[in-house]
Structure formats: C-alpha cells, structure tokens
Design a protein around this ligand. Sequence first.
Ligand code: UD1
Ligand code: MG
Length: 447
Amino acid sequence: MTIALIILGAGMGTRMNSDQPKVLHPIAGAPMLVHAMKAGASLDPAKTVIVAGHGAAAVEKAALDFDPTADVVIQSEQLGTAHAVAQAQPALDGFDGDALVLYGDTPFIRPETLAAMTAARLTHDIVVLGFEADAPGRYGRLIMQDDQLAKIVEFKDATDEEKSVNLCNSGVIAADASTLFDLIDAVGNDNAAGEYYLTDIVAIARERQLKATVVRCTEAETLGINSRAELSRAEALFQSNARTAAQADGVTLTAPETVFFAHDTVIGRDSVIEPNVVFGPGVTVESNATIRAFSHLEGCHVSRGAVVGPYARLRPGAELSENVKVGNFVEIKNAQIAEGAKVNHLSYVGDAEIGARSNIGAGTITCNYDGVFKHKTTIGADTFIGSNTMLVAPVTVGDAAMTASGSVITRDVPGGDLAVARAKQENKAGFAVRLFEKLKSRKAKRS
Ligand code: UD1
Ligand code: MG
C-alpha cells in the first residue's frame, strides 16, 4: 500500500507558555515532531506532508533537517483539525494511496500500531486509532455500533451518556487519500468549538455506507504533550523505555535511572554504562565498551573495547577506534583517535588525528583556534606526547616522535625525533635556603 503521512503541527500550544512552537520542544534530544515523523517513517511513506502554522519557518527547518523530501504546508489560521488536513491536499495532488494523519505533539506511536492500522484498512474505509482511558477527560469519544465505529464525539459536544464512554480518540486516522479529502469537504463547523473537526468524517462516512473501525493501543502510546509538565513526563517515559530496551539488548546499566539516552543512541552488546552518563544525539557505542561514570557523549563513535571516563566529554566528530582509552576530565572534539591510543588525563583534543598506540600525556592541549580559524593537529602512531604539551595547530608530530613535558610545539616534529620546546632549566645553588631565611626573618619582624 502506498502511504502519505499528514502530520499536524500548526497549533500554538498555548499551555507550553513558550516562544517556540510546541512541536519543536525536544524529547531525548529531538523535537517531538521528529519523533512523530520517525514513527510514520516506519511505513516507508511515499510522501510526508507537515502542516505548520505557528513558528512555521522553524517547524519547516526541523522537518527538512530530518527528511529533506518532506513537504511543509502552511495553515495560517487554525480553524480545526479537518481544516488542517485539508491544507495538505494540494501537496498530494495526483497522489494515489492511503493518507495517515498523525499529530506532531504525539511522539510515541509505535511502528507496530501503525502497521496494524494499515492492515485494518484492507477491510475498512476508515481506521481510527483508539485507546481505553482510565480517566478519559476531554478526549473525543469513539462511539461503537456492534463492531463498527459509528461516530466520534468531541468532549465539548458529548451527551452525559457519551461522556461515560472510555474508548477515546487518539487523533490518528487512516483512509484512502481521495476519500479522506472528499469527506473533509463535507465537514462543517457548527459545533461547540466552532471548528472544523476531523473527527466528523466518521459519521459522514457512515452516512455514505462506508465502513469504519478502531485499532486499539495503550494510553501511554498516544500520550500527547500540551504543557511543560507533560513534556517532562514524556521525557521520563522515553528514558524508562530506552533503559529497558538497552538492557534487553545486552547492555549493563549499573544505575539505569541515572543514564539518559538520546532518541537515536545505539549501544552494542556487553557494553557497560556506569552511573550518571548522558548521551546527546548521534552517539554509537560498539560492543564491549565501557562508559564510566559522569561522562557526556554527543555526535561520536566509540569502538569495541574502548574505555571512556569517568568524567569524560566526547563532542561531535569524536571517533574512538578499538581499545582506545579516554580518561577523566578529557574533552575530545572532531578528532580521530586510532586503535589503542590513550588520552588519560585532563586534556583537550580538538580538530586532530592521533595515531595508533600513541600516549597523550596529562594536560595536553591541541591549540586549534586562533580566534578566527580552526586548525588541525596530526599526531602519528606510537608517539609519546609529554605532559602539558601545547600543540599549536596547524602542526604535525611524526610516528614514534616524542615531545618533552611542558613544550609549546609550534613547528612540525619529524618522526622519531624528540622535540623540546621550553625554557632551559637553571639551578641556583643554595638559593632556596637563603630565600627561606630571608622571608622568615621578615615575618618575625612584623609580628
Ligand atoms: C483532538 C481530537 C480529539 C482527540 C484528541 C487527542 C479533533 C476535533 N479532536 O482534540 O478527538 O481525542 O485530539 O489528543 O480532531 N492542529 C492544527 N490545526 C488546527 C487545529 C489543530 O494543526 O487548526 C493540530 C495541533 O497542532 C495538534 C493536533 O492538530 O497537533 C490536535 O489539535 P488539538 O487542538 O490539540 O485537538 P484536541 O482538542 O486535543
Ligand atoms: Mg490536544
């Protein structure tokens, strides 16, 4: 079945109390809109149309960052969910297949659930995703008639009897695209909110002898986000699921509740993640790696057997090969560290390449920024970089070379050489004893 996604995200999200459109607030490092797009992407859609309104330019950018082929259409006045879906029609001109409507503020719909909806479409014209709510509150109610969905009533328009129904509308709807737009054409706004309700298409479809049904999911899956409190609950739910999934994948989490994942974190089997580790977006950790306590990783790749931290920071572009060691208070950015190399203490390595088995001494810094441009540091294999070496980039240290501790390296070091770039030491015989005596006698005179 050919599928087009229509993702609604034009609403203001008043209760977020934010300058930012609601659908751009992040969960696990990605805008909630991207979570909805990812869920829909599991159906391999031929088209994806995002309906934007409030903060449309920013919404468009986020949508295209994730999927450059997406269409973003503008709903300049928010007249209701049916009106929002209608805005997608021109973008789907000539499209032949099913339309699936998702909400940009409902990030947790599972691919399996969407697959169940497309399967139900084989026998029904309209498929609505519903859930049994413990406290149905203000959700639209799904009114069943035998095994068919008769209509959806919005809370504001429901009778007391209808309000007592616990089966609620998630908002997700699937139908043939041209049928959907035909039905929407017939929707009016004579209701309590004065809005064009997408939900009205069900009753209209039934009048036309079309068949409608409900696919059910859990309430947690359709969790919608309207406020900062709900945003934090959604984050907590995501993290809890991600921790469980990581453990099921064979990852040891010493203190799972203190580890925070991003939406796209990948961790291999038999890796160990110690307490208080935070993953930003774009991290892959291969198997058998150890990420020790209090480390922060983002946009980086950690290969098999590597050990990172405690208290390490891996920033975007950090590439650690197998069995690399990155220790405490070390920051790595845009740098490739080859197999078995060690950067164990208090160093900054940025815009650099470090060869295999090299040892980078404590307090080494690649001075990569001149205030305007960034420059590269290249260090060969089997080198020994002495503690507190300043590598003023652009600079290259050849294979098996050494730098003396405390050196400021401004010129290339040929392979096999030892570079000493610091002031020569001078020892003044007995000077310390005389200086101490002088200072102590000065102190005695003062008291
Ligand atoms: C909607 C459903 C309700 C369902 C609930 C689930 C309708 C009429 N009601 O109600 O049955 O139980 O969702 O959460 O559909 N949007 C636009 N343009 C608009 C209006 C809304 O893009 O003109 C977008 C919003 O940004 C949001 C989504 O559509 O992402 C839902 O709109 P919202 O106003 O939250 O609908 P509800 O009243 O919650
Ligand atoms: Mg809502």
